[in-house]
Ligand binder design. Structure first.
Ligand code: NAD
Length: 420
């Protein structure tokens, strides 16, 4: 008997490419064009020296520029201990399809530093950010590549990033989005991704003749995206029955009081030990019976191994790539709808586009305009995906990716990059 060797697990980038291959067949994209469309244009890896407690440490940072056929590269920067090149590639690729799907004039990129930002002092975080952005400054810029916040980064980090770039190039607010308001950030950017998650969930509900009122919602992650998604679900009178973050999970079948929970998180740094709730194991959170399950933390959390335990009607992908292809096969077999990341969490990049446009024009929009234009773009994009899906009899993800692929393919042809 020969010993069985375990197949290596596909990387997130390989998984994204598997979805793209499926979508390319639906969209009728020639196979030879797909090599160009799937792979990144440029990848940069930089060394980040950092003094901590008087000792020199070394960290690694990445910027992957995936595709700019439709406009400057665009995508967040993640600070997380699990960041690696394959993950950044996957996230950069998803940005290409997301910006194309919501039809904003950007391509796709992503950056990351392999570090736990919560282990750093404010000064160390500043030094790390300053070094990273100085070292990638030659490939970013308002017409080249426009970074934004992602996991482990925030408006303050973007303010420091803008300053690092400005030391070389002069004051350039449009080089990053998600900045503090004082530096040219847009009103409505902070909660835009979470708000978009709820706009898309509501569009789906309406398309099924339902409403969000009274719907049971479970949210994994209570950072920027998860907390504001929970807030907007709560505002729509949905019942957020369970939430979790890296330190713990909580549950209340009657619905958590989200405004109170915000105060608790502000005071303690976690949802754990919230008085008006019962504790829940982090490994149980994703398997609570609910109507909307909203992963809003890490990628690849619903997999071939655990998808069978998911008890929801819809998975709303607030996080990027939270469901692996094997996980998706099982969810689909169990008639669970998936609202894919490239539409479900596109609210953030959409308002980032508004911020960039405001910075370039040196003209600030009012909150009402940001909200109106965000809703318009997301509703239209959802309607297009739904129509495509009905025509092609495919999944929401296949429809979203096929639509996005067609747009990037046409732009690449128009530029002369692709001649088939
Ligand atoms: P964040 O750093 O603000 O928050 C992350 C949250 O996830 C925190 O509450 C953290 O405690 C929790 N978390 C981390 N590891 C966990 C674990 N193992 N189990 C449970 N919870 C865990 O990050 P964010 O900006 O809210 O991003 C969350 C996700 O949304 C990421 O996948 C990101 O790529 C995606 N996303 C973010 C934006 C944006 O505008 N920030 C836009 C689109 C997509």
């Amino acid at each position: 008997m020969t010993a069985q060797t375990a197949q290596p697990k596909p990387s997130p980038f390989e998984e994204v490419n598997r979805h793209l291959d499926e979508a390319s067949k639906i969209a009728g994209i020639p196979e030879e064009a797909m090599t160009l469309l799937k792979n990144p244009y440029r990848e940069i890896r930089v060394q980040i020296p950092l003094y901590q407690d008087g000792r020199l440490h070394h960290y690694t940072g990445y910027r992957v520029q995936h595709n700019a056929a439709r406009g400057p590269y665009k995508g967040g920067v993640r600070y997380h201990p699990q960041v690696d090149l394959e993950e950044v590639r996957a996230l950069a690729s998803l940005m290409t399809w997301k910006t194309a799907l919501v039809n904003i004039p950007f391509g796709g990129a992503k950056g990351g530093v392999t570090i736990d930002p919560y282990s750093l002092s404010t000064e160390e975080l500043y030094d790390l950010t300053n070094t990273f952005f100085t070292r990638i400054s030659m490939i970013i810029g308002p017409n080249r590549d426009v970074p934004a916040p992602d996991m482990g980064t925030n408006a303050q980090v973007m303010g420091w990033a803008m300053a690092a770039y400005g030391r070389k190039e002069g004051h350039t607010p449009a080089v990053v989005t998600g900045k503090p308001l004082e530096l040219g950030g847009s009103v409505g950017r902070e909660d835009a991704t979470g708000k978009g998650v709820v706009i898309i969930s509501e569009e789906w509900a309406q398309s099924e003749g339902r409403t969000l009122k009274g719907a049971r919602v479970v949210v994994q992650g209570f950072g920027n995206v998860g907390s504001f998604a929970a807030k907007h679900f709560y505002d729509k009178q949905a019942k957020v029955i369970a939430v979790g973050d890296v330190k713990g999970s909580i549950k209340n079948d009657k619905g958590l009081d989200i405004p109170h929970l915000f105060k608790h998180v502000q005071a303690t740094g976690s949802v754990a030990d919230f008085k008006e709730s019962d504790p829940l194991g982090n490994d149980e959170l994703l398997f609570q019976e609910c109507d909307y399950l909203v992963p809003a933390a890490l990628g690849s959390v619903i997999t071939g191994e655990n998808a069978g335990k998911v008890k929801t009607q819809v998975v709303v992908e607030a996080a990027n790539h939270p469901v692996t292809p094997e996980g998706e096969d099982i969810l689909t077999m169990n008639n669970i709808e998936i609202l894919p990341d490239i539409i479900a969490n596109a609210g953030g990049v959409t308002v980032s586009y508004f911020e960039w446009a405001q910075n370039i024009q040196q003209f600030a929009w009012k909150a009402e305009r940001v909200e109106r234009e965000l809703i318009d773009i997301l509703k239209e994009s959802f309607a297009q995906v739904r129509e495509y899906r009905c025509d092609c009899k495919c999944t929401m993800r296949q429809a979203a990716l096929a639509l996005a692929l067609s747009r990037v393919y046409k732009a690449s042809k128009a530029r002369g990059y692709i001649r088939v």
